[in-house]
Design a protein. Structure first.
Length: 328
């Protein structure tokens, strides 16, 4: 359910809700765990905790977050402060540094327990547009409505998986030690537009970077059998930290979510360690559709691990060659 009502001539209020067949504690835990947001919530690309002040006793404390998320088909970033109240089953939030055309944005997650063990989740927003511009207000309203509906649907799906979610969700990594400069390794990974010339498994790649450091990639990768697989990803590039995080917006049928990051770390002995991290959530129905009705999740994990790891390791080996040749 969604409602939008004007709280004043300038401030608008939106309410969305959903009923989830899971305990309030399970639902609250998913909302509170920001590290899992990119896997749980479709619009969320990346979240960093800038400050984390724990509360006293049962109090949940406060956090300052930097969030990158897709709104109206563009990646926006903002800083928010949130207050966690596990006893009251609420999490309130307020943007500290909004992204235009938002002048102010805040709200609250409320979890209301039901007698039958289910949970009603209410997501509230209040917002104001820069200059109270009607066109901007309409744009914000559409983004809030679309993202709220998507987030509540994803929250419901994740919470109702219960303990099975732990079996569907896994993280792995591959690394290379490189006798070269971190900046050269980063440059190779950053210039993904050149990957079709540099990487044997990349058949085609269209890269757009409308804002420095935020990239959208549409890529065709070639499997060992010669078949092509298309993926679309958003990347956030941190040149000063030699790190790139990404989220796949279009994933293979066996997955419901795939995020990752490239991390380059100096080792202090003239070498750097480049690591590719992957976090994957499998889709049980997608696994059966792709691999057959008898396929197990363990088999799917092994196949996904091999496919993603092979491509990452190939990319790392070519980045190693590029950086070591640059040093030489």
């Amino acid at each position: 359910m969604a409602t939008v009502t004007p709280a004043s001539p300038a401030i608008h209020v939106a309410e969305h809700s959903v009923t989830i067949s899971a305990s309030p504690a399970t639902v609250y835990g998913l909302i509170a765990d920001v590290a899992s947001w990119p896997q749980v919530f479709g619009p969320t690309v990346h979240v960093e905790v800038l400050e984390d002040v724990p509360g006293d006793g049962a109090a949940g404390g406060e956090q300052l977050l930097r969030i990158w998320a897709i709104a109206n088909e563009q990646v926006r970033t903002w800083t928010s402060r949130r207050v966690l109240d596990p006893a009251g089953l609420t999490i309130s939030f307020r943007q500290v540094v909004p992204a235009a055309p938002v002048a102010s944005m805040g709200g609250e997650w409320r979890i209301e327990p039901a007698d039958d063990g289910t949970s009603r989740v209410v997501l509230l927003h209040d917002y104001r547009a820069v200059g109270d511009d009607p066109a901007a207000e309409e744009l914000i309203e559409r983004a809030v409505d679309r993202n709220s509906r998507a987030e509540l649907a994803a929250l419901k799906n994740a919470a109702e998986l219960g303990d099975a979610r732990d079996e569907l969700h896994f993280t792995f990594h591959d690394s290379e030690t490189i006798l070269g400069a971190a900046g050269d390794v980063y440059a190779f990974l950053d210039r993904a537009d050149l990957w079709p010339e540099r990487l044997p498994h990349v058949a085609r790649l269209d890269l757009t970077e409308d804002e420095p450091g935020i990239q959208t990639m549409d890529m065709d990768t070639r499997s060992p059998d010669g078949s092509l697989h298309n993926t679309t990803s958003v990347r956030v590039c941190f040149e000063d930290r030699h790190m790139i995080v990404y989220k796949q917006l279009r994933v293979p049928v066996a997955m419901s979510g795939h995020t990752g990051r490239w991390v380059i770390e100096s080792q202090g002995d003239g070498t750097v360690k480049a690591t590719s991290w992957h976090t994957v959530t499998l889709d049980p129905e997608g696994v059966r559709s792709a691999l057959g009705p008898q396929a197990t999740l363990a088999e799917a994990r092994a196949l996904v691990r091999k496919a993603l790891g092979t491509n990452s390791s190939t990319t790392l080996r070519h980045a190693k060659q590029f950086a070591e040749e640059a040093r030489a």
